[in-house]
Each structure stands twice: as structure tokens, then as C-alpha cells.
Design a protein around this ligand. Structure first.
Ligand code: JAH
Length: 306
């Protein structure tokens, strides 16, 4: 996947050299290109902002500079594609070329569409993303209008708070998307098992996790996890996920889709809901499945050590 980022603070993206994202870039799975927005200014002061029409506090980013920057980054990306295609045609003997790919443009803003795991999965299918993080009060809206008719433009929000600029949101989105790209994570199963992953984990938080030693400072690892009963372990994890979601994110639990719940899930939910509506919290864990293992939450390959 190619990622272009245009910002007045390209240094802000140094963390993308580290850890999983750094490895993905070394392996060529993620091709990230950083661009300094001020490179497209023409005045000695490299001005990117101006006062807002209609008055009010703060400054707004000038449309001409963004327009020049986006046009030039898109044009360069298309030349890179053609060079790559020409190389492929030369190797494979196929001429004629493929349809030109345009980037999906992403503009972080508190007023955008919520960025969720579902959106991350959608972006992970794109060959090319172009991020336009703003500073000040944002970018002149005509930039989104202009490119909305030329590319696909998404204004997205990573949460209901205001940052000093869109850069931190870009880091969040690139990491959430990057880890979904084929070959980035060692274990393909871990993506399907994530909190919020569509399917069995949709609108569910993951439960608690443990490693050795079996007792640490008097705190024991739940016995079931040491039992080797993969079916019972899968069911226990499911119960813990349901319990945690009801307790910490009741609004998520309310969106649990009946189609993704089995009979035991429903029993577990009723039991926990009854308990929490009586005001008790942190009650002792009990085996609501009665030791039964359901069809949908039996042990899968991801539950077995590898
Ligand atoms: C702040 C430009 N959803 C989080 C978020 C995203 C972007 C911004 N703030 C919060 C932001 C100032 C200027 C973007």
C-alpha cells in the first residue's frame, strides 16, 4: 500500500519508522512518502494560513497551497504507477496499461465520520491513501469540495476531542490500517480475534489475558486457562468478552447483533444484565455455560497453541 502524507510537520511521523510499521516499511508492504506542505508556498514567509472569512478566532489553511500540493503528489504517484506498470509490461509482455488508480484522500477533523475498525478494514483494501492533516482551525472547505469531485475524500474523526492538528490522528489511522495489511502481523488469526473485528467480535471488547507465572504476587491465573480444554476455554473467553463489554461499554453491548449471538451468549448476557441492574459490580466469576461448549464458540485453530 502506498501512503502519502502532506503536513507542515513531516517530522511528526518519525514513529512510523518503529516496530511493526517500521518492519512493514522495510519489507515494502507499506510505502510511506512524507511531504512538507510549505514546499508548495511561493512567498518568502512560506505562508500556509490566513484569517477566516466572517471573522472569528484562529486561522484557516489556504486552499491554493493545498491544491498545488495535492495535485503534485497525485501526479507523482501516477507517474510512479506508470513506471511500475511499464516495468511489469516489459517483464510480462503485456501492453496497454491498467486503469489509473487515484488515492483515497483522508482529512482528520473532529467533525468527520467516526473512524472504527470497520473503516480501518475498508482502508486496508485500498492501494493508495493520501492524508491531509490540518493545523489551526482547519483547511478551507473548498479543498474538500474540489477533491471530493476528483477523488474519494473522507473527513474522519478518531474520537470526540480536539487535537492541536490532524497529525496524531494520521499516526493512529496508519497504524490501525497498517497492521491489517497481509504479511504485517505474524499470526493472521489475531486480526479476526481483535476487539470490534466484524463477525464474532463485532461490538465486543476482548477479555483479560494472562501469561506465566501461574501465580504472581498472590494473583492467580483463572484455572480454566490452565486446563487444556480448548472448547471450555473458548466459551470462557466469550463470556468474559460479553461481561467486560456490558460493564465498560453498555452502548456497544446494546448494538450486539442477535445474529452474531448464540443461545449461550444470550443466557450470559441476561445473567450479567440482571446482576448489573441490581447495582452489584465485580461479582465473582461463575461458569454460566455449565461446562457445555457451544457450536459457535468451540476451539478454533486460533485457540490452539502454535
Ligand atoms: C484539530 C485540525 N478526531 C480527533 C481530531 C482530529 C483532528 C483534529 N482534532 C481532533 C484537528 C485541529 C486542526 C484537525
Amino acid at each position: 500500500m502506498r501512503v502519502d502524507i502532506i503536513s507542515i510537520f513531516p517530522e511528526y511521523f518519525a514513529p512510523l519508522d518503529v516496530s511493526l510499521m517500521g518492519k512493514a516499511r522495510e519489507r515494502g508492504i507499506l510505502d510511506i512518502r512524507l511531504h512538507q506542505l510549505r514546499d508548495w508556498t511561493r512567498d518568502v514567509h512560506k505562508t500556509v494560513d490566513d484569517t477566516p472569512y466572517g471573522g472569528g478566532p484562529g486561522m484557516v489553511m489556504k486552499p491554493e497551497i493545498w491544491g498545488e500540493a495535492i495535485d503534485s503528489v497525485v501526479a507523482q504517484g501516477q507517474r510512479d504507477q506508470q513506471a511500475h506498470q511499464g516495468h511489469q509490461a516489459h517483464q510480462g509482455g503485456v501492453e496497454g496499461g491498467m486503469p489509473a488508480v487515484l488515492p483515497r484522500m483522508i482529512v482528520p477533523t473532529p467533525s468527520g465520520r467516526p473512524f472504527t475498525q470497520e473503516v480501518a478494514l475498508e482502508y486496508a483494501k485500498e492501494p493508495w491513501l493520501l492524508f491531509a492533516p490540518a493545523r489551526y482551525e482547519g483547511i478551507d472547505s473548498r479543498v474538500m469540495a474540489e477533491y471530493g469531485s476528483r477523488l474519494r475524500v473522507d473527513e474522519v474523526s478518531i474520537g470526540d476531542y480536539v487535537l492541536a492538528g490532524g497529525e496524531a490522528a494520521v499516526l493512529v489511522i496508519v497504524e490501525a490500517v497498517g497492521r491489517l495489511l497481509p504479511g504485517v502481523l505474524g499470526n493472521a488469526c489475531s486480526v479476526a480475534d481483535d476487539s470490534f473485528a466484524p463477525g464474532a467480535m463485532a461490538n465486543l471488547l476482548e477479555g483479560p489475558v494472562y501469561t506465566k507465572p501461574p501465580v504472581w504476587r498472590g494473583h492467580e491465573v483463572p484455572e480454566i486457562l490452565l486446563s487444556g480444554h480448548h472448547g471450555k476455554i473458548a466459551r470462557w473467553r466469550r463470556d468474559e468478552a460479553l461481561r467486560r463489554t456490558l460493564e465498560k461499554r453498555p452502548e456497544l453491548a446494546a448494538r450486539l447483533d442477535a445474529g452474531s449471538l448464540d443461545a449461550l451468549d444470550r443466557r450470559v448476557l441476561e445473567e450479567f444484565e440482571g446482576r448489573s441492574s441490581r447495582g452489584s459490580s465485580g461479582g465473582a466469576s461463575s461458569d454460566l455455560s455449565g461446562g457445555a461448549s457451544s457450536d459457535s464458540f468451540r476451539a478454533g485453530p486460533e485457540d490452539v497453541a502454535n
